[in-house]
Design a protein around this ligand. Structure first.
Ligand SMILES: [Zn+2]
Ligand SMILES: [Zn+2]
Length: 300
């Protein structure tokens, strides 16, 4: 009897710890280089924002910029409070449900690698140098990751059923870097599953082909292309700072192009679904450059 009580209490204690950890997880995002809200990426976005505003106004006004940055009216909005609410709910669902249920990225890689080994036997002999294995894996992973994000995002707009969930992200009327986490738990789960599948598939194939030689190019333990994307102002996608890439927008989606995606204007609906590469939007005829565009209002 007493033994049973102790077991029950320990089980409850473990759950409380898990809930507590999941609740606190977002607070650690600023320290994790794999997260867009990592302090280094926030700092680089801040520097880029300062440069953009200085170029727009043709003068550097530190006092004015600091005042705009710490403006209570920007941060203290219902829309931003809702962002934090969705972020917390998603962290709980991911930590308590998705990760324990779906397993780790490493497990998915081993499952795919083993399935290939069982089905096709030993991998063909490929004499790639470590340099080309790293370059190939980094590039294939980046393209697969970017395309799958585009495809899922587009699907969430095209399907009336999925659009109901995606409206949560588009209902933001005030864009701050936290808005990236303003997604319905169904959308977050779909993206989590997508990430697991892409990682498992790409890493599994490379593990099968190259075994222990498999490695990717990394910066601070994060894949280098994803790191560069975040370091080059990805946080400005969810801000009113109008950073465009000019002619490079044919290849890369700029923060201003994602702001167009959030625009409440009808002519901006269903434009620029992409995350990093612009090629998918150009093929799908949803690409719209920022030049000549103006976003007055964010939201639905
Ligand atoms: Zn969207
Ligand atoms: Zn967005």
């Amino acid at each position: 009897m007493i033994e049973g009580m102790i077991e029950l209490n320990i089980a409850e204690w473990i759950d409380v710890v898990a809930v507590w950890n999941a609740l606190l997880a977002p607070a650690h995002y600023v320290q994790e280089s794999g997260r867009r809200l990592f302090w280094g990426f926030l700092l680089s976005a801040l520097i880029l924002a300062s440069l953009v505003v200085t170029c727009q106004r043709r003068r550097f006004d530190l006092k004015g910029q600091l005042k705009a940055l710490f403006n209570r009216r920007y941060w203290w909005q219902r829309s931003t409070a809702e962002d934090v609410g969705w972020l917390t709910a998603n962290s709980l669902i991911r930590g308590l449900l998705l990760v324990p249920l779906l397993g780790s990225h490493l497990a998915a890689t081993i499952v795919v690698g083993s399935a290939l080994q069982t089905t096709f036997g030993d991998a063909p002999e490929l004499n790639w140098s470590l340099f080309w294995i790293g370059a190939g894996y980094t590039l294939v992973f980046f393209v697969a990751e970017d395309f799958s994000r585009f495809a899922l995002h587009r699907w969430m707009h095209v399907s009336p059923f999925l659009w109901r969930f995606h409206t949560v992200h588009h209902s933001a009327t005030n864009l701050t870097p936290v808005t990236v986490h303003r997604v319905h738990p169904v959308e977050m789960s779909l993206y989590y599953l997508r990430g697991l599948m892409v990682f498992g598939l790409v890493s599994g194939v490379f593990l099968y082909l190259f075994g222990g030689q498999l490695h990717g190019w990394e910066i601070l333990g994060v894949d280098c292309l994803g790191f560069l994307f975040n370091a080059l102002g990805a946080n400005l996608r969810h801000t009113p700072i109008w950073l465009t890439f000019g002619r490079f927008e044919r290849w890369f989606i700029s923060p201003a192009q994602h702001q167009i995606h959030h625009s409440a204007a009808v002519e901006h609906y269903d434009k620029n679904f992409g995350t990093c590469l612009a090629i998918w939007d150009r093929i799908g005829r949803s690409w719209l450059p920022a030049r000549g565009q103006n976003v007055d209002k964010f939201g639905l």
